[in-house]
Design a protein around this ligand. Structure first.
Ligand code: 0X9
Ligand code: ZN
Ligand code: ZN
Length: 477
C-alpha cells in the first residue's frame, strides 16, 4: 500500500534541474487536481497495486505461532481472523499483503512449509472491477435507484430522504445522532401506525466501513418492506404488530472514507495520539466485557477498542436508542461481511446464551428457506466457535447482555474469493437470500411471541383443566 503518484512524481522529476522540477511539480498537481474533480479523487487515494490476498492454512501449532508473529511485526492486514491471536492450526487464514512484502511472505511460507494459495491476485484490480458506478446521476430518483450497485454516501442520504417522502404512510425517518465528523446518522421506522405498543425488530448495517454489501443490504431490505408490504404474506401480517427499525449506514465517516481515500478502511475516523492513528472498531466499542479479549488497545490496530466502552459518538447514539426501547425489542440483527455466517452470542466466551437452543432452531429454519431460495446455506452457531476467534465489545453480545432475546450477527457473502470487494452482480442474490432468511426469522418470532402467545397461554390452562378432570375421574372410578 502506498499513496499513489508520490513515487511517480519523484522518479519523473529527479532527472531535471530544480527550476524545471518546480514547474513540473506544479503541472503535476494541476493535472492531478483536475483529475480529482473530473474522476473522483484519484491522486489522493491509497492504491493497492500488486497487493495480494493469500489463503494460508497453518498445519501445526508452530505454523500458527509463526504466522501470528508475522502478523504482529509486518504491515499485514488480517481479513480472517481479524486478530493475530485468532490464527490456529487447521483454520483458514486470509491475509492482505502489501506489494512490498508479497515475495518475502511467499518465501517465508515456502521455507516453513506452510501451504498457501493466492485468493486475490491483485487487490487494486479487484477493487477497480467493483467501481463501475453510474456517476452522472444528478438527483436520486426512487424509480431508477439501482439496488444492485454500491452507492456513495451522498446518494444514500438522498435515497433516505426520498424513501421518507414517498412512503410517509409506512415509513418515518428519524435522527439517531452524529458521527465523529459531525454527520447525521438516520434510521427508519417501518410499520403501520397502531394504537397498541408495537414490538421492534432492529437491524443495522455498515458497522465496518469496507463491508459494502452490508450497506447495500439495508437499502434492499427497506425497498422490500415498502414495495412488498401487501404482496408478501409474512410482511402483510407482521407489519401490523411489529415495527422494523433500520439503520442503513452506521459508520458513515468510515464508509465515506472507503469511497474517497482507502477502500479497505474498517473503523470510524476519530483521531488518536495527536493524529498519528485513526479509528475505533465500532464492533469492539460496546459495553460487553469491553476490550478484555480479541480487541486491541493500540489505536493503529484494526480492532482498536477505543479509550473506553462507548467512547465513540456513533456507539453512544446507537446504544442510547436501543437502551431506551429495549423492552420492546424482540430481535436485534447486525449485518456484516464476509464469511456466510449467522453468529449467535457469545464472542467473548465459549459459553452460549440462555436462549441458544431456541435461537439455533430459528437460524436453522432460516437456512432451510435460504436453501430453497438460492441453494445456499450460512454456517450458524455460537460466534467464537463458528468464526474461530474471540471478540469483546461487540453490539451483538451487548444486545444479549441487556436482555434482548434474539440477537444475531450476519456475515454475508462470500467465503473469501472476493472478500470485501464482492462483485456487484452478487448484490442481488445475496440480498435476496438474506431477506428470505430474515423474514423467516421474523415470522417465527412474530408467531410465537406476539399474537399467538395469548393463545398458547390459554392452551396451557385448558390442558391443565382437562388433566385435573381426568385425574379426578381416574381416582374416583
Ligand atoms: O469481528 C467482527 O467484528 C465481526 N466479523 S467482521 O469480519 N465483519 O469484522 C464478527 C463479530 C461477531 N461477534 C459476536 N457476535 N460476538
Ligand atoms: Zn453516483
Ligand atoms: Zn464487520
Amino acid at each position: 500500500m502506498q499513496i499513489t503518484n508520490r513515487g511517480l512524481v519523484k522518479a519523473f522529476i529527479t532527472q531535471h534541474n530544480s527550476n524545471y522540477r518546480k514547474k513540473m511539480k506544479l503541472i503535476f498537481w494541476i493535472v492531478c487536481l483536475l483529475g480529482t474533480f473530473l474522476y473522483g479523487g484519484s491522486c489522493l487515494k491509497v492504491q493497492y497495486n500488486g497487493d495480494q490476498v493469500l489463503q494460508i492454512i497453518p498445519q501445526t501449532a508452530k505454523h500458527a505461532e509463526y504466522l501470528q508473529e508475522l502478523a504482529n511485526n509486518w504491515p499485514l492486514d488480517l481479513w480472517r481472523p481479524n486478530i493475530p491471536e485468532g490464527i490456529q492450526a487447521g483454520r483458514e487464514v486470509h491475509i492482505h499483503i502489501p506489494s512490498s512484502h508479497v515475495n518475502e511472505m511467499k518465501n517465508v511460507l515456502l521455507q516453513y512449509d506452510i501451504p498457501y494459495s493466492v485468493l486475490i491476485e491483485d487487490v487494486q484490480q479487484s477493487i477497480d472491477m467493483n467501481m463501475v458506478h453510474n456517476k452522472n446521476m444528478k438527483a436520486v430518483s426512487l424509480n431508477t435507484y439501482d439496488y444492485t450497485q454500491y452507492h456513495p454516501m451522498h446518494e444514500i442520504y438522498d435515497w433516505m430522504e426520498q424513501i421518507k417522502e414517498n412512503h410517509n404512510d409506512l415509513v418515518t425517518k428519524l435522527y439517531l445522532g452524529e458521527t465523529y465528523e459531525k454527520r447525521p446518522i438516520y434510521y427508519f421506522r417501518v410499520g403501520w401506525p397502531s394504537e397498541k405498543k408495537k414490538k421492534i425488530m432492529f437491524i443495522d448495517c455498515g458497522f465496518h466501513a469496507r463491508e459494502w454489501v452490508s450497506v447495500a443490504f439495508c437499502q434492499w431490505f427497506v425497498k422490500e418492506l415498502v414495495s412488498s408490504h401487501k404482496s408478501d404474506a409474512i410482511l402483510a401480517k407482521v407489519l401490523k404488530e411489529v415495527d422494523f427499525y433500520i439503520v442503513p449506514v452506521f459508520n458513515i465517516d468510515g464508509y465515506i472514507y472507503t469511497w474517497t481515500t482507502e477502500r479497505l478502511w474498517r473503523k470510524n475516523r476519530a483521531p488518536f495520539n495527536n493524529g498519528t492513528c485513526y479509528g475505533v472498531d465500532l464492533n469492539r466499542n460496546f459495553d460487553a466485557q469491553w476490550c478484555t479479549i480479541g480487541a486491541s488497545k493500540n489505536c493503529s490496530s484494526n480492532t482498536f477498542c477505543g479509550p473506553s466502552a462507548a467512547s465513540e459518538p456513533e456507539t453512544k447514539a446507537l446504544a442510547g436508542l436501543i437502551e431506551r426501547i429495549k423492552s420492546d425489542i424482540l430481535f436485534y440483527l447486525t449485518i456484516h461481511s464476509y464469511g456466510k455466517m449467522i453468529l449467535l452470542p457469545y464472542g467473548y466466551k465459549d459459553e452460549v446464551s440462555k436462549d441458544h437452543d431456541l435461537m439455533m432452531k430459528v437460524a436453522t429454519k432460516a437456512n432451510e428457506q435460504m436453501k430453497v431460495k438460492n441453494n445456499n446455506e450460512y454456517a450458524a452457531g455460537a460466534s467464537a466457535s463458528v468464526i474461530g476467534y474471540y471478540d469483546s465489545g461487540s453490539s451483538g453480545d451487548w444486545a444479549t447482555d441487556i436482555g434482548i432475546k434474539f440477537s444475531y450477527t450476519f456475515e454475508l457473502r462470500d467465503n473469501g474469493t472476493h472478500g470485501f470487494q464482492l462483485p456487484q452482480d452478487q448484490i442481488k442474490p445475496t440480498c435476496e437470500e438474506v431477506t428470505t432468511a430474515i423474514l423467516s426469522m421474523v415470522e417465527y418470532v412474530h408467531d410465537n411471541y406476539l399474537e399467538n402467545s395469548g393463545v398458547a397461554l390459554t392452551a396451557v390452562w385448558i390442558n391443565m383443566f382437562i388433566s385435573v378432570i381426568c385425574l379426578y375421574y381416574t381416582i374416583n372410578l
